[in-house]
Design a protein around this ligand. Structure first.
Ligand code: TZP
Ligand code: MG
Length: 204
């Protein structure tokens, strides 16, 4: 289920807002949506997550960082970074059937994530990005290839990906990818996602 274009919300970059963006993403056939909100209050996040979960009834609906919100809205899982809640604690709180994705920046973190039981890894950042200020140093696609060759859970690439550089990310072995600004800041989110999905046509 974690493959192809992986959608992450960003209300700061969005033209039409999260609700509209997620509707377009679902219409475009994405298999997973991650609700990421770094600025809203807990109440705002809870209300919006409930709304988005309804739109994502037939696909995976994941929450970035916020275990409390994920549990409160009964999301399908969460995505955590290296500085978020430790994987083991998150797993205990969510139970064995929820999805947990972990951001990794190198092969060691990827191996640890897989060994711990993560359902997929997010490899970040592949290229330089201004969407996440603390994303760290770009790895290039060689890290995608290295991780792909060493672990067997799905890999989602993120960070500075656009339609021009996405083919090399897919060729390096990414099972999925997310391009936030390259999709959300455009007028037609549906059409942009469709373009990226075409790159996976032979893989899905
Ligand atoms: N996590 C790692 S990089 C990133 C996130 C959320 C931002 C990616 O945004 P963009 O616009 O696709 O570079
Ligand atoms: Mg995080």
């Amino acid at each position: 289920m974690i493959n192809g274009y992986y959608f992450i919300t960003d209300s700061g970059l969005s033209k039409a807002g999260n609700i509209s963006d997620v509707r377009q993403a679902v219409r475009a056939g994405v298999k997973a949506v991650q609700y990421r909100n770094k600025t809203g209050s807990t109440k705002e996040m809870y209300d919006e997550a409930l709304e988005l979960k309804k739109i994502c009834a037939d696909i995976l609906f994941l929450i970035n960082d916020r275990l409390d919100i994920a549990i409160a809205v009964n999301a399908d899982g969460i995505h955590i970074g290296q500085d978020d809640m430790p994987y083991e604690t998150a797993r205990k709180m969510l139970g064995e059937y929820k999805i947990i994705g972990v951001t990794v920046h190198n092969i060691e973190e990827a191996r640890i994530a897989e060994k711990s039981g993560a359902d997929y890894v997010g490899v970040s950042p592949i290229f330089s990005t201004s969407t996440k200020h603390d994303a760290g140093k770009p790895s290039g696609v060689s890290l995608v290839r290295e991780i792909k060759n060493n672990i067997s859970i799905p890999i989602v690439a993120i960070g500075g990906i656009n339609f021009e550089n996405a083919p090399e990310v897919v060729m390096a072995g990414a099972d999925g990818l997310c391009a936030i600004s390259a999709v959300i800041a455009k007028n037609d989110v549906f059409a942009e996602i469709k373009k990226f999905q075409g790159l996976f046509a032979r893989k899905i």
